[in-house]
Design a binder for this molecule. Structure first.
Ligand code: NAD
Length: 384
């Protein structure tokens, strides 16, 4: 068997299991930190979960300050405010507890507190000059996989564009994966965040940068998400499904961190930046149409997914690939994921959105089939 050269990285030390959040105080102590910057979003801050985490930290004599001014997907200003707050409070270790918006804010704050500068200065690739504070990430959506990636995404409100900070210094040192923290996620957010994870898993599997190790991780992620997302959506208190989803989204994040994502993410980014479409909704609604565009380059890969998910079948490769895409479309309908039309986006918007999508260059380059502005406009039309 020929295996092309690759590197593979999975950075955080992972603490996994029901109630593993109780290990947070010990992890904070293990970093040598004296004051914790606890980052969460405004909604989640009001929940009993955050109440009990505060209690836990107090019982274990961990000094902490809370930043919870995150509402919606974070802007560059949100990241800078979080960093200023942490610096003013004298924090020397950071924990993000929440969805991707929270984790990204916490990761960015950790590097701005030590390096100075601002989110805008660091958006792009390898622009962060040096290490940040120790980072402990606790995802409560399953989800973005931000707990395992080197990325933090922020909206430039003036330009109506999303852009990531991509730096090795953003890799968290620890991730706590506690499925019980995801039980309270409502069905619509379970669906949209779960579709984001599914996109990471599928896109990293078909990416031009996929390698021997990332492929097996991505495939396992697809199976876990495929088997558990419908039941987690239907019955949020089903711990088994929540567990499968949190593990699946973590693995999808490992796939993403190593093989990248593809055109789905590039075409979705402008929907978030310009029209405020939630990240998972934008990715999910585009996924089947980008996969259709990528056929026939990816039909063997999609057939491989189909066999892995449903067990080996004797159908032709192309039939299995088409069936898999059709199953995704059914899933979008069941989850009531809107079409572009229902989000107030009109065909007149397509050409400027497509121009912006082409500028999200790295995922475009990873796409298994070359793609043009005209192709992207056709994809928006299909998702309309
Ligand atoms: P989110 O963090 O914006 O959260 C969505 C909503 O879910 C919020 O209202 C939040 O309060 C609520 N919520 C979170 N946990 C909950 C819980 N346990 N119970 C009830 N409600 C809960 O959504 P997200 O999809 O997790 O994150 C989206 C952001 O992540 C976007 O900005 C996106 O660009 C970014 N992202 C980052 C990466 C990365 O690698 N860093 C990858 C993908 C996406």
């Amino acid at each position: 068997m020929m295996i092309k050269k690759f590197t593979f990285l999975c950075k955080p030390e992972v603490v996994y299991g029901e109630n593993s959040i109780t290990q947070l105080p010990d992890l904070v102590k293990s970093t040598g930190g004296k004051k914790l910057l606890l980052v969460t979003d405004t909604n989640f801050s009001k929940t009993a979960i955050i109440g009990s985490i505060k209690q836990l930290l107090k019982e274990k004599s961990i000094d902490f300050a809370i930043f919870d001014s995150i509402s919606g997907e974070p802007s560059t200003e949100t990241g800078d405010e979080c960093a200023s707050f942490g610096k003013k409070e004298g924090c020397d270790v950071v924990c993000g507890i929440g969805g991707g918006s929270t984790l990204d804010t916490a990761k960015a704050a950790a590097v701005i507190i030590t390096n100075g500068g601002s989110v805008r200065e660091y958006q792009g690739l390898d622009k962060v000059p040096g290490p940040g504070l120790p980072k402990i990430m606790v995802p409560t959506t399953a989800g973005t996989g931000s707990e395992v990636t080197f990325t933090a995404v922020f909206i430039r409100k003036d330009e109506k564009k999303k852009g990531g900070i991509n730096s090795k210094y953003l890799y968290p040192e620890f991730a706590i994966l506690d499925p019980l923290l995801t039980i309270s996620v409502p069905p619509s957010i379970t669906a949209s965040t779960g579709l984001d994870a599914l996109c990471h898993a599928i896109e990293s599997f078909i990416s031009k940068k996929a390698n021997f190790l990332s492929e097996s991780v991505s495939l396992s992620a697809i199976k876990l998400i495929w088997e558990n997302l419908p039941s987690a959506h239907q019955n949020g208190s089903d711990v088994k499904s929540r567990t499968g989803m949190l593990y699946g989204s973590f693995l999808a994040g490992v796939g993403l961190a190593n093989a990248g994502v593809t055109a789905v993410h590039s075409i979705s980014y402008p929907l978030g930046g310009t029209f405020g479409v939630p990240h998972g909704v934008g990715n999910g609604l585009l996924l089947p149409y980008v996969l259709e565009f990528d056929m026939p380059e990816i039909s063997p890969r999609l057939a491989c997914i189909y066999d892995y998910v449903y067990g080996h079948s004797g159908n032709k490769e192309i039939e299995k690939a088409e069936k898999f895409i059709s199953e995704i479309k059914q899933m979008l309908k069941r989850f009531k994921i809107p079409r572009l039309k229902e989000l107030g986006i009109t065909p007149e918007n397509f050409s400027s959105l497509a121009e912006d999508a082409m500028k999200v260059a790295v995922p475009i380059e990873n796409n298994p089939k070359p793609i043009t502005v005209a192709d992207i406009i056709k994809i928006y039309k299909s998702a309309y």
